[in-house]
Ligand binder design. Structure first.
Ligand code: HEC
Length: 169
């Protein structure tokens, strides 16, 4: 495991550079928050052309399966840094919403399972964009389960859930 992560380091660093040094921490955070299984699935989807984004596809298709696993391990070994709570009332509303709906798949702690992504401590922008995309049915990643579970959310619900989920450990 450690060896694979070492092999993957140059690829991971190339990815960091490619997205611009300023975003490197954000990328690491996104992938480490996601968890290894879900992250590997996303990488695999790029590799087989199921998820489309020209730049990522080119990069990922150049990896061997071992290197792909290594990149995922490298990123998922980075620590997840929960975001600070700026508005406690908003985060509390988000927790109420989360505990009613989202915990069923993503788990009480947001740590996910082999089937469902880990979302605890995820970047706010990433959460917001993902939730709106699932709700509005726009873009390449449309998921029927997430569509059904975000349909009833207004923008204020999304802001509350984002505040809570991004702060989960
Ligand atoms: C019935 C199960 C289910 C419920 C309930 C559910 N989700 Fe999901 N969620 C999924 C599945 C399946 C995916 C993966 C879809 C994909 O690959 O695009 C997902 C993906 C996500 C993602 C994107 C993960 C990533 O990093 O790409 C976020 C964020 C998310 N869910 C948040 C939520 C929130 C917040 C709620 C509550 C409002 C919720 N989910 C309720 C099943 C569920």
């Amino acid at each position: 495991m450690a060896e694979l992560a070492t092999i993957a380091r140059p690829y991971a660093e190339a990815l960091f550079k490619a997205v611009g040094a300023g975003d490197a921490a954000a990328v690491a955070q996104q992938v480490s928050a996601l968890g290894a299984v879900a992250a590997h699935e996303q990488v695999r989807q790029f590799a087989v052309g199921k998820r489309r984004y020209e730049f990522m596809e080119g990069l990922i298709k150049a990896l061997s399966p071992d290197e792909m696993v290594g990149v995922v391990l490298y990123y998922t070994q980075q620590p997840v840094r929960p975001q600070p709570v700026n508005d406690a009332a908003l985060a509390a509303r988000g927790k109420t919403y989360y505990d009613k709906i989202c915990f069923r798949c993503h788990g009480e702690q947001g740590h996910g399972t082999e089937q469902y992504a880990r979302i605890a401590g995820q970047q706010r922008d990433y959460l917001r964009i993902s939730l709106k995309r699932y709700r509005d049915g726009k873009g390449p990643r449309i998921d029927p389960l997430m569509a059904a579970n975000t349909r009833g959310m207004n923008d204020a619900d999304i802001e509350a859930v984002v505040a809570y989920v991004s702060s989960m450990r």
